[in-house]
Ligand binder design. Structure first.
Ligand SMILES: [Zn+2]
Ligand SMILES: [Zn+2]
Length: 423
């Protein structure tokens, strides 16, 4: 038997209802906030991720699916979404559409990580980005959206953490201070951090293994330049004025190199070890870094696989929207032909109709209708068709009634309304 690749999943039946639920919320909320969808390729030139995500990040060093194609190009399955958007921004001249440009994306990403619950090698992200504004109002809107997204999912027990990671002007000084602080402690930090000490020192602050040492490290807030510090203060005020609860977390630095100024995360209090729902921040230098003009930008990305795991833990059930309203069961040859016309009529009236196209007795047809969760079955035979009636069976109560075809639609609507209340 051929099996699926480790770290991937088949999403079906019960599971797919969660995806439709989350994707529905995404489409609804992005429309309300007037963000437009962008779809970029799932593979890109390897160089794009090296230059944007950062040569020395864990993502680029260890986790990318990189291969040579038949034309000898080095290509990589995208490990995240923002780099592609920055590339598309330059390549398609988005700057000519004016600023700000508000975009969103949803789709699969790929990282070669150790698979575990909520962490897959093909995983799915939803993200939004505002390009072309350096103002804290843009950061505020992104954070406000992210909070409303989490609430719309039905998750109420969460925490918003924010920080500033400085900019190209003030971060070098802070890096120096960190280097000095950690220089006498190299024998006490983990092996990964020993490497990060040289290449990505900010990451030492958010290493789970070295929490204790990080506690007394110098604070970025003592090193922020006037511009960064004013930007951060304005953002804080906007959050306060709009009653959005937050905590300042000085260890929040985010894993990727391109962040500037604002960094934020939303964490669930129920997910246990992997409690991050989404994370984002500002990346003013990214587009320039990959060859464009300087276009300030801010955004977030949310891991949908993890969110769905969380919904299940919180017992948030997406409802039974995916189940058909009605199963049409034709029990003889004359009824079979008629069944398609009746189904079409009902679909025009907006019902979801499942036609049983397997030849078997009515008992087995009813059994299957019940298995797929249809609340109503219509049983059709030669007698019903001759009399202009249909036989409607309530699958929950077992009650069965003959109704004139003309009245069927109204009658079915009434039955379903009763059922759908509270859904
Ligand atoms: Zn600065
Ligand atoms: Zn460490």
């Amino acid at each position: 038997m051929i099996r699926r690749i480790k770290g991937t999943q088949d999403i079906y039946m019960e599971e797919i209802t969660y995806w439709h639920y989350v994707e529905g919320i995404i489409l609804d909320l992005t429309k309300k906030y007037a963000f437009q969808e962008i779809r970029t390729p799932i593979f890109e030139a390897t160089q794009l991720f090296k230059r944007s995500v950062g040569e020395y990040t864990d993502v680029v060093q260890k986790e990318m699916y990189t291969f040579e194609d038949k034309g000898g190009r080095s290509v990589t399955l995208r490990p995240e979404g923002t780099a592609s958007i920055a590339r598309a921004y330059i390549e398609n001249g988005f700057i000519n559409f004016g600023s700000p440009l508000k975009l969103f994306y949803v789709g699969p990403m790929f990282r070669y990580e150790k698979p575990q619950a909520g962490r897959l090698r093909q995983f799915h992200q939803f993200g939004i980005e505002t390009l072309g504004s350096e103002d804290p109002e843009a950061d505020f809107e992104i954070i406000d959206f992210s909070v409303n997204f989490v609430k719309a999912l039905g998750i109420n027990d969460f925490q918003l953490l924010i920080n500033s990671v400085g900019c190209e002007k003030c971060r070098p000084e802070y890096r120096k201070a960190l280097k000095k602080y950690y220089s006498g402690k190299l024998d006490r930090i983990c092996d990964d951090c020993k490497k990060r000490y040289e290449t990505n020192i900010l990451r030492l602050l958010d290493c789970d293994k070295d929490r204790e040492i990080a506690k007394n490290a110098p604070s970025i807030h003592d090193y922020l330049c006037a511009e960064c510090s004013e930007h951060f203060d304005k953002l804080i005020h906007l959050l306060e004025e709009n009653d959005i609860d937050f905590t300042i977390d000085e260890s929040l630095v985010r894993g990727l190199d391109y962040y500037t100024k604002t960094a934020f995360e939303i964490k669930s209090n129920t997910l246990g070890g992997q409690d991050q729902i989404l994370g984002g921040g500002r990346y003013d230098g990214l587009i320039e870094q990959i060859g464009g003009k300087r276009v300030p930008a801010v955004g977030f990305a949310a891991g949908l696989d993890r969110i769905i795991l969380l919904l299940k833990k919180e017992k948030i059930v997406p409802g039974d929207k995916e189940k058909p309203d009605i199963a049409v069961l034709a029990i003889d040859e004359i009824a079979k032909k008629e069944s398609f016309k009746i189904a079409e009529y009902l679909r025009e009236k907006d019902f979801s109709v499942f036609i049983d196209v397997v030849n078997r007795n009515v008992g087995n047809k009813l059994k299957h209708a019940s298995r797929i969760g249809a609340p109503i079955s219509i049983i059709l035979g030669e007698n019903e068709i001759k009399s202009g009636e249909i036989s409607i069976k309530n699958m929950n109560s077992g009650e069965q009634k003959n109704i004139p075809m003309k009245e069927a639609s109204t009658y079915l609507m009434g039955m379903l309304k009763k059922k759908k209340v509270g859904n």
